[in-house]
Design a protein around this ligand. Structure first.
Ligand code: ADP
Ligand code: MG
Length: 319
């Protein structure tokens, strides 16, 4: 019996379907990331899951209770389900501490104080508790928003690209801190993002959304090694089309550069990345451009290279 489930949820705004028959079942405390490009229906999905947007069809259930849509419920939304998005608004004229306290005003004072202290401490906000939101960086403000949402210990947390304002280092640190806290609280989490890297820092379980439909789901290893479409394959890395072999592709990391044989090409561009150099190679056969990893940084612009494919890694992909 799943704890939180979306059952065949669809949404059509005007005539254009934005979400089609989306289903997802989560156990209590389970985390999942939903990845999709902009416009794939991620925000639509989360707003329906939170009971903040009325679906065209389908149902949302939490712990044996049907979540009513705004069309069925006088005051939309539920305390048990919190949605945090990129432009989450804090109360601007009260301190960080007061912002986090606000959702707890109906609670017993000693519980309230203890809960706020705990959240300030766990999210590293203690030094900033007296400040106003505008006196914080984007990352710190986002932390306050998360602390505020977690104050009442929601059962389900829905994260709609909430880390987009943060730089990579801040983001990883926040995701790491948040993950521990959410696991401790046994919160059930759906995280949506267009960025696979972010998703992988939070969870291993992924659902890929494309034009409102699930295109594939599974853990990161399965999706990387056995993608069913180019769209899914490209989330992990570039893919090179193999000449004269329709629908066959190879990733840059699965091409070896040798001194003879294989596919011949020459290096037309070089990108120095942190762990390796990426070469752009123009193939003599057909002139296609391939991306190839050069882990030892051995090749230069203009060099002739002989490319060998790791046949076991060849991907067969539909469009
Ligand atoms: P994402 O969050 O993945 O970028 P959205 O859920 O915001 O995607 O949007 C999915 C699709 O639904 C898009 O094509 C978008 O234009 C459309 N859409 C979203 N909100 C509305 C709305 N209020 N009215 C009409 N179309 C909308
Ligand atoms: Mg969105």
């Amino acid at each position: 019996m799943p704890y939180f489930s979306l059952r065949s949820v669809s949404k059509t705004y005007d005539t254009q379907p934005s979400l089609q028959e989306f289903s997802l079942n989560l156990a209590k405390g389970e985390f999942v990331s939903i990845i999709g490009e902009s416009g794939s229906g991620k925000s639509t999905l989360l707003r329906i899951a939170a009971g903040l947007l009325t679906q065209t069809s389908g149902e949302v259930w939490l712990g044996g209770k049907k979540i009513e849509s705004p069309a069925e419920k006088l005051v939309p939304g539920y305390d048990e389900i919190k949605l945090i998005h990129q432009d989450y608004q804090l109360f601007p004229n009260i301190s960080v501490e007061e912002n986090i306290t606000r959702p707890l005003l109906n609670y017993d004072e000693s519980y309230r104080k203890q809960r706020v202290r705990h959240l300030l401490d766990r999210l590293g906000l203690e030094p900033y508790k007296e400040r106003l939101p505008k006196q914080l960086s984007g990352g710190q403000q986002q932390k306050v928003a998360i602390a505020q949402a977690l104050a009442v210990e929601p059962e389900v947390l829905l994260l709609d690209e909430p880390f987009s304002h943060l730089d990579a280092i801040q983001k990883r640190k926040l995701i790491y801190e948040l993950k521990e806290l959410l696991q401790e609280m046994e919160t059930t989490v759906i995280f949506v993002t267009h960025d696979l890297d972010d998703a992988l820092w939070l969870t291993d379980s992924l659902v890929v959304l494309q034009k409102g439909k699930v295109s594939q789901k599974g853990n990161s290893k399965d999706l990387c090694e056995q993608p069913k479409s180019k769209y899914v394959a490209r989330l992990f890395s570039a893919i090179n089309e193999i000449p004269h072999r329709p629908s066959n592709y190879i990733r840059p990391a699965d091409v070896r550069i040798r001194s003879r044989g294989g596919l011949v090409g020459h290096v037309v561009e070089q990108r120095f990345l942190v762990h390796y150099t990426t070469l752009i190679v123009r193939l003599r056969e057909g002139g296609a451009l391939w991306e190839v990893d050069d882990p030892r940084r051995s090749y230069q612009l203009g060099d002739r290279v002989y490319l060998h494919l790791d046949e076991e890694k060849v991907l067969v992909l539909k469009s």
